[in-house]
Design a protein around this ligand. Structure first.
Ligand code: SF4
Length: 452
C-alpha cells in the first residue's frame, strides 16, 4: 500500500520497447483507478509482469521469477499477481498450470482490461482463478495518460501493432497478430500530449515500423507521419524502430532526408549475409536488396548510421554462410549489432519444419566471432570521432559511473559526460575526447537547452 493508503501496483518489464509502452499504457489505467505506482515489492498490492516470448530462456526467467512470488502473495492476503505480454498470449494455459498462484493472464491486445480485472479480484467479485483474457478485442493505445511514463524526457509511441510478415523463426505474428496501424492524427495527438508533458525525444514503435499506413494504405506512409511530427514544437529528437529492409518506400526515405528532428541512426536487421539462409528464414530480401536500401539511405542522409540484428546457427547454416555474414558485417560497418544464437520457438515454421542441426558449440563460436568483429568495427568508428563535436541528449546518470551523466548522440551512441550543469533531458554540444567500442567520452562545450 502506498503512502496515503492508495493501493500500489508494481510493474516489471521484460523484453522489447513495445512492452515498455504497454507497461506505461496499463499504468495509466491503474492510475485512473486510484492506484499509485510502486517500485518495492514489499509495498505492492499488485504485481504485473509484461513478458517476452522471443527466446526460450526469456520465458524460463519469467517462470522462475513468478515461482519466487508465491511467498510474496502468501505474506499478505489480497495481493494480486498478473502476467501480460507475448508469453501470456502464447502460453496462457501453460502459465496457469506451471504457476497456479498467478491470478490473471492478459494477452497482447487485452491488457487495457487488466486494471478492472484486478479490481474485481481485489473485491472478491472475480469467481474462480486464474482469469485468462487473450482474445484481443481491446484497442491498446486508446486513451494514453502522458504522465504515466517510466522515463521523464523520452517516450516510446506505438504507431502500429502486429506483423504481416512470417519470418521462419519468429513468434511475433503469433503473439501480436496482424498489422494494425494507428490513425495519423491519433498518433500526432499523443506525441503532442507527451511533449506538452515534458518529453523531448520520441521513438516511434512497430514490429515493421516502416510499413506504417495510418489505416489509409497508399495515402499515408511513415513519411507522412514524420512530416506531420516535424511541426511539433518542443520535440527535439525523433526516431523509429524496427525497420524491415523490404518495407521502405520512396516517400518515407524522402521525408527522412527532409527531417530536422530525425536521429541519424537506423536499426535495420539483416540477420544473415547469406542469401540461401535469408531465403530459409523467409526474410523477404537478399543481401543485394539490403545493400541497395542502405546505400540509398546513405546517399540521401550521408551521416546516417546503422544498427543490425543477426541470427547465427540457423538450421542448415554452413561455415560458408557464416563467412558471408562476417563479410557483410565488415562491408556494411554497422555502429552496433545484436547477435543471437538460433533457438527453435514452438509454433514457428522453423521449429516445425527445419532441424536445429547446428551444434551449440558451433553456434557459440560463430556468435563470438560476429560479436568480436562488430566490437572491432565499433571501436574503429568510435575512435575516429575523437575531437569531433556531438549533440548529446542527456538520459540520466551513467551506469558506468553514477557521478557522471550518460546521454546519446544523434547516431544513438552512448556518450558519458562529467558536468554539473547537466540534468536528465538536457541537450548539449560535447567534444569527444575518448572512446571504447560501446561508449564515447565527451567534454561539454555548450549547453544547447537546459531542461525545464
Ligand atoms: S518482420 Fe519478421 S522478425 Fe520482424 S516481427 Fe515480423 S515476423 Fe518477426
Amino acid at each position: 500500500m502506498a503512502a496515503g493508503g492508495a493501493p500500489a501496483v508494481l510493474i516489471e518489464v521484460f523484453g522489447c520497447q513495445m512492452n515498455v509502452v504497454d507497461a506505461e499504457l496499463v499504468l495509466g489505467r491503474f492510475a485512473a483507478l486510484g492506484f499509485a505506482r510502486s517500485t518495492a515489492y514489499d509495498d505492492a498490492d499488485v504485481v504485473v509482469f509484461t513478458t517476452c516470448s522471443v527466446r526460450g530462456h526469456a520465458e524460463e526467467r519469467v517462470y522462475s521469477r513468478l515461482g519466487a512470488l508465491r511467498r510474496w502473495k502468501a505474506e499478505r492476503p489480497g495481493r494480486v499477481l498478473a502476467v501480460m505480454g507475448c508469453m501470456a498470449q502464447r502460453e496462457a494455459q501453460r502459465i496457469t498450470r506451471r504457476v497456479p498462484h498467478v491470478d490473471i493472464v492478459c494477452g497482447t491486445r487485452d491488457f487495457p482490461a487488466l486494471p478492472d480485472l484486478v479490481e474485481r479480484v481485489r473485491a472478491g467479485r472475480a469467481g474462480p482463478r486464474p482469469l485468462v483474457l487473450v482474445d484481443g478485442r481491446e484497442r491498446p493505445d486508446a486513451a494514453r495518460r502522458p504522465e504515466a511514463r517510466l522515463r521523464r524526457r523520452q517516450a516510446y509511441v506505438a504507431i502500429m501493432r502486429g506483423c504481416n510478415r512470417a519470418c521462419a523463426y519468429c513468434v511475433v505474428p503469433g503473439a501480436r497478430g496482424r498489422e494494425v496501424s494507428r490513425p495519423l492524427e491519433e498518433v500526432a495527438g499523443e506525441v503532442q500530449a507527451l511533449v506538452a508533458a515534458g518529453v523531448v525525444e520520441v521513438c516511434l514503435l512497430g514490429q515493421t515500423v516502416n510499413a506504417y499506413d495510418g489505416q489509409e494504405r497508399g495515402a499515408v506512409t511513415l513519411g507522412t507521419l514524420l512530416r506531420r511530427l516535424e511541426g511539433v514544437r518542443g520535440l527535439r529528437r525523433l526516431r523509429f524502430i524496427t525497420s524491415h529492409p523490404a518495407s521502405f518506400d520512396a516517400d518515407t526515405l524522402a521525408a527522412m532526408a527532409e527531417s530536422s528532428k530525425l536521429d541519424r541512426f537506423l536499426h535495420m536487421p539483416l540477420q544473415s549475409g547469406s542469401d540461401r539462409i535469408l531465403k530459409a528464414m523467409r526474410r523477404g530480401y537478399t543481401l543485394e536488396r539490403f545493400r541497395a536500401v542502405a546505400s540509398r539511405v546513405r546517399a540521401l542522409i550521408p551521416d546516417m548510421r546503422f544498427g543490425c540484428d543477426w541470427i547465427v546457427g540457423f538450421p542448415g547454416e554452413s561455415e560458408e554462410d557464416h563467412g558471408l555474414s562476417l563479410a557483410a558485417c565488415e562491408e556494411l560497418r554497422f555502429v552496433q549489432s545484436f547477435v543471437f544464437k538460433y533457438s527453435p520457438r514452438p509454433g514457428t515454421f522453423a521449429a516445425e519444419h527445419l532441424a536445429d542441426d547446428v551444434p551449440i558449440e558451433v553456434k557459440k563460436r560463430r556468435h563470438r566471432e560476429l560479436l568480436l568483429l562488430q566490437e572491432r568495427i565499433s571501436l574503429e568508428e568510435n575512435l575516429a570521432l575523437r575531437g569531433r563535436i556531438a549533440e548529446v541528449l542527456v538520459e540520466g546518470r551513467s551506469r558506468l559511473d553514477p557521478a557522471k551523466w550518460s546521454g546519446r548522440d544523434a547516431a544513438h551512441r552512448i556518450v558519458v559526460l562529467d558536468d554539473d550543469r547537466l540534468a536528465e533531458g538536457a541537450l548539449c554540444s560535447a567534444r569527444i575526447v575518448d572512446a571504447t567500442a560501446l561508449t564515447l567520452f565527451g567534454e561539454v562545450e555548450s549547453l544547447a537547452e537546459a531542461p525545464a
